[in-house]
Design a protein around this ligand. Structure first.
Ligand SMILES: [Zn+2]
Length: 275
C-alpha cells in the first residue's frame, strides 16, 4: 500500500516526462524523410532557355528560344497529366528575357527539387551545312572546373553579356574567387550524384527512343551553378543541323522529346525513393 502510494508520483512524473520528451523530440527532429526522398520530391522547375532579346542559337527556320519554350510548355502539360502529384514551376512562359541568376532564384524561391533546363545545341560547322558530323542530344551537369572542352558552357553562359551590369551581377559566379569556389563546390558535391543520375536516365531514354546521344558531360554551366537542387541542362539537338532542326522544331519531335523526359522523370522518382 505504502509502496503504491510512493510510486504514484513517480509514475505521473515519468508520464509527464515521456510526453514532454515525445513532443520535444517531434518538434526538434522532423520525420526522417531521407530514406524516402520521393516524399520530398514535389516540385520540378522547368527552365526554357533564353527568351526575349536573347534568342540563343538558331537554325534555318527556328530559334533556340522558341524551340525551348515550346518543349518546356509541352513538358509542363505532360507532368500535369501523367504525374499530377508534382508541382511545376516555369522560369518563363512567354518570350521574355530572364537573366540566368534570376532563373536559379526562381527555382530556389519555390523550393524546387529538380531543375530541368531546356536548350538546343549548335556546332561550329555553321547553319544548314548538309554534311554535319554533330547531331543528337547532350546532357549537361554543373561542374566546377575548367577543361579544354567547354564549348557548350561558353555558348550557354554567353547570355550574361546581354545584361549591362553583368560584371557586378555575376561576381558571385567567378570561379577564381576562393569564397565562390567553396560555395559552388559545396553545391556541386551536394547535388552532383542526383544530377548525374537524372542525366544518365535521360541519356538512356533518348537512346531507347532512337536518338543519337553524345552522353552526359560536366561543365561550368552558370544557370545550373546556383540552383540548390539537382539540375540538368538538356541540349535537345543541334539546331544548326538541318535534320536535327526539323525534328526538334516539329510538333511530333517535341512530343517524343517530352515523352523521353517523362520516362526519365518517372524512373528518377522511383530510384531516388529507394536510395
Ligand atoms: Zn541555350
Amino acid at each position: 500500500m505504502n509502496k503504491t502510494f510512493t510510486n504514484l508520483p513517480t509514475i505521473l512524473l515519468n508520464s509527464v516526462l515521456a510526453v514532454l520528451y515525445i513532443s520535444l523530440n517531434s518538434f526538434t527532429t522532423p520525420p526522417d524523410s531521407s530514406k524516402n526522398p520521393a516524399f520530398r520530391f514535389k516540385t520540378v522547375v522547368i527552365d526554357a532557355g533564353h527568351g526575349g532579346k536573347d534568342p540563343g542559337t538558331h537554325g534555318l527556320h527556328s530559334t533556340e528560344k522558341e524551340v525551348a519554350l515550346s518543349i518546356a510548355k509541352k513538358l509542363r502539360k505532360a507532368i500535369q497529366e501523367q504525374m499530377p502529384i508534382l508541382n511545376v514551376v516555369m522560369t518563363r512562359t512567354d518570350d521574355t528575357f530572364i537573366p540566368l541568376d534570376e532563373r536559379s532564384a526562381i527555382a530556389n524561391r519555390h523550393n524546387g527539387n529538380l531543375f530541368i533546363s531546356i536548350h538546343c545545341n549548335s556546332s561550329p560547322e555553321g547553319t544548314g551545312y548538309s554534311d554535319h558530323k554533330q547531331k543528337g542530344t547532350l546532357m549537361l551537369v554543373y561542374a566546377l572546373h575548367r577543361s579544354a572542352e567547354q564549348l557548350e558552357a561558353i555558348r550557354e553562359n554567353s547570355s550574361i553579356y546581354i545584361e549591362k551590369d553583368y560584371q557586378a551581377k555575376y561576381r558571385s559566379y567567378d570561379e577564381d574567387d576562393p569564397v565562390n569556389r567553396i560555395l559552388m563546390n559545396a553545391y556541386m558535391h551536394k547535388y552532383r550524384k542526383q544530377s548525374i543520375l537524372f542525366g544518365d536516365l535521360l541519356n538512356k531514354e533518348f537512346k531507347n527512343g532512337g536518338r543519337q546521344t553524345i552522353g552526359v558531360k560536366e561543365q561550368s554551366i552558370l544557370v545550373l551553378a546556383h540552383s540548390a537542387m539537382p539540375a540538368v541542362m538538356i541540349e535537345t539537338g543541334f539546331i544548326n543541323n538541318p535534320r536535327d532542326e526539323d525534328y526538334i522544331a516539329s510538333d511530333a519531335g517535341q512530343d517524343e522529346i517530352v515523352q523521353v523526359i517523362m520516362n526519365a522523370l518517372k524512373e528518377y522518382r522511383v530510384e531516388t525513393a529507394v536510395q
